[in-house]
Write a protein that binds this ligand. Structure first.
Ligand code: DX5
Ligand code: ZN
Length: 221
């Protein structure tokens, strides 16, 4: 079953001096989700924003906040990000000692659950949980920074994951994140992604024409 393609712009590539305006502009430009990259300088070698910033952004838009937690340990912060207004909370399995417990903590908050695989992390790491989560976030760059080069080797893994999901007749969606651009977005869709994250392509291509860039990623075959 093919889900409609959704575009989730990453605000990591936005102008941090005016994040509120950027989120409003993304909604106007037709974004389906807002991808919010949270980094703690421990799980990844970069630091970005926390729940307080998300709390301030929340009232500006009704769009889904697709929160990507690159933090560890992750459990202690689930409630904070839920209260701040996250709609989807995605974590990395390496950031918890008990994957099922982390999934249940997010479900208890009545939020959608995402689990993320870094480029070198195998499907086996999460295989027994794919029926418990709403989405799997396939990283096509090493987490930590925007503007990196797409790693095409993850497409094979994504195809295998999609086969597994279809075999089990699950509704689990696949989101791909990292280096997505106009050249590789078609391949990513064909390999099974129904949610495309993009930061630098959306904010930098076509003189930063958000609406045009979101439209190309959505329609490009
Ligand atoms: C990287 C983040 C990605 C990144 C995407 O750790 O998880 O969401 O911001 O940005 P681009 O599209 O520029 O790779
Ligand atoms: Zn991300």
């Amino acid at each position: 079953m093919n889900n409609p393609i959704k575009i989730s712009p990453s605000i990591l590539s936005a102008d941090f001096s005016k994040l509120g305006e950027e989120v409003i502009a993304l909604e106007k430009a037709g974004a389906d989700y807002i991808h919010i990259d949270v980094m703690d300088g421990h799980f990844v070698p970069n630091l970005t924003i926390g729940p307080e910033v998300i709390k301030k952004l929340r009232p500006l838009t009704k769009k889904v906040f697709d929160v990507h937690l690159m933090i560890s340990p992750v459990d202690n912060f689930i409630k904070d990000f839920s209260n701040a207004g996250a709609d989807i909370i995605t974590f990395h399995p390496e950031a918890t000692s008990n994957i099922s417990n982390t999934i249940n903590l997010i479900k208890k908050e009545k939020k959608k659950v995402g689990i993320s695989l870094k480029p070198n992390s195998k499907i086996e790491l999460i295989e027994k949980h794919i029926d418990q989560v709403d989405l799997v976030l396939i990283m096509s760059v090493e987490p930590g920074f925007g503007g990196q080069k797409f790693m095409p080797e993850v497409l094979e893994k994504m195809k295998n994951l999609k086969e597994l999901i279809d075999q089990k007749k699950l509704k689990t969606e696949i989101e791909i994140d990292g280096g997505i651009n106009f050249e590789n977005c078609g391949k990513a869709k064909r390999a099974g992604a129904s949610i495309l994250v993009s930061g630098s392509t959306i904010f930098n291509e076509n003189q930063g024409d958000l609406k045009k860039n979101i439209g190309i990623l959505r329609t490009h075959k």
